[in-house]
Design a protein around this ligand. Structure first.
Ligand code: ZN
Length: 403
């Protein structure tokens, strides 16, 4: 058994999350994979293997040293994105890839073009893994799952490697933003953790957006349109004016990158009577969310006054920049950097223009940056990884564990 064998087995199980489901996990396929993993972790000889009622699977690699050392956790998610087909995934291994474009056989229009894929072009000679053209591959995040299981197997088989207590957790429903919801941080009992849910070899992510979501609802007045003169107040027109007044040349996702934040209207429910617009607020500095909120509110109130509608405004917190927590625990980042260097890679550090389960977990008392697992083109039929990426992730986990 090696990390690639494990990965190829996991991706065949359909674990797409389902936002419409209220259960946890949201889909039964995730439990099928969790039960398979539960059996594998027991077979490896791990301690405390436990699949809880919410579908979170935890286990322990017992310490090989007597000294008091921190307990380190590794976390990956078993679900895949509901945005793409994920049933009947047929993984293909392109051994010692020769550097030519890869045409996926089940849909010849799905082509990995070397000219468009710089990360792929850098892996000539490696064993590239893709799906067959009709589905995603599920490297996000079964690459992370496979790397953690294989690292646990290696640490268990090699008691000569000195390490403290290591905790593993495989979570459900990350792709629909619920992965941290029922994560029992106390039961996990780690001092800090790493998610393995990133891209190119060497990647280390410890800054994410801070995020809120607003709902701006315009309440109008509906009548029969034939007899509406002087009476109808159309909430759709108010909402359209509101969206049109939001910043266009700045503070918009299509105009920003790096450390710039944005205000993003992304969903609308429209009728003459009531129209609501959902707006994402994103910034790396949490305090700036208040300015974004004030801006949205000012525009909404002005539009309501002009159009004779009422504006109702709700704000909900989503997640916060994990760096606010991780800055207080610099050794967590330093240990990962050091491990990445020890396996011969260069740490690649860049901010995540989004959030991870680690953004939430860090504020739940478990500082959790994100490490690469070899995920490329995620949420796409062109998703791929490589045996060499998976093996590098395994080595980094082992080096982080090593005392
Ligand atoms: Zn992921």
């Amino acid at each position: 058994m090696n990390v690639l064998d494990r990965f190829l087995r996991y991706v065949r199980i359909d674990t797409r999350a389902d936002e419409a489901s209220a259960s946890c996990p949201s889909t039964p396929g995730q439990l099928v994979l969790q039960r398979l993993l539960e059996g594998e972790l027991r077979a490896i000889g791990l301690a405390d293997v436990e699949l809880d009622a919410n579908g979170y699977l935890m286990a322990t690699v017992p310490a090989t040293v007597d000294a008091e050392v921190p307990t380190i956790g590794f976390v990956a998610h078993v679900d895949t994105s509901p945005e793409m087909p994920g049933h009947g995934v047929t993984p293909l291994v392109h051994e010692r890839w020769d550097g030519r474009d890869i045409v996926l056989p089940d849909d010849p229009s799905a082509v990995l073009r070397v000219s468009e894929q710089p990360d792929l072009a850098a892996q000539v000679g490696h064993d590239i893994v893709t799906a067959s053209g009709l589905t995603l591959l599920g490297a996000d995040d079964k690459a992370g799952v496979a790397a953690i299981v294989e690292a646990a197997a290696q640490l268990t088989a090699r008691p000569d490697i000195p390490h403290g207590r290591i905790r593993l957790c495989f979570t459900p429903d990350e792709e629909i933003g619920r992965g941290a919801d029922r994560f029992d941080v106390a039961r996990f009992g780690a001092d800090w953790a790493y998610t393995l849910d990133g891209g190119v070899r060497g990647e280390l992510e410890f800054e994410s957006f801070s995020a809120d979501v607003m709902r701006v609802t315009f309440a109008g007045f509906n009548t029969h349109p034939g007899y509406a003169k002087g009476r109808m107040v159309n909430a759709i027109k108010a909402a359209a004016r509101f969206v049109d007044r939001l910043p266009a040349d700045r503070l918009a996702p299509e105009r920003t990158g790096g450390y710039e934040g944005f205000v993003h209207p992304y969903q609308m429910e429209a009728s003459v009577d009531r129209t609501s617009v959902r707006v994402l607020l994103r910034d790396f500095v949490t305090a700036n969310l208040r300015d974004q909120q004030a801006l949205v509110e000012t525009i909404a109130r002005a539009v309501a006054a002009e159009t004779g509608t009422e504006a109702e405004i709700e704000v909900k917190e989503q997640y916060r920049n994990m760096r606010e927590v991780l800055d207080r625990h610099p050794h967590v980042i330093e240990r990962a950097r050091e491990a990445i260097r020890r396996v011969g890679l260069t740490p690649i550090e860049k901010p995540i223009r989004g959030g991870t389960d680690g953004s939430r977990l860090s504020f739940m008392g478990l500082p959790t940056p994100n490490l690469f697992a070899g995920e490329h083109n995620f949420h796409s039929r062109l998703e791929w990884t490589s045996r060499q990426d998976l093996e590098a992730a395994v080595r980094v986990i082992v080096e982080i564990a090593r005392v």
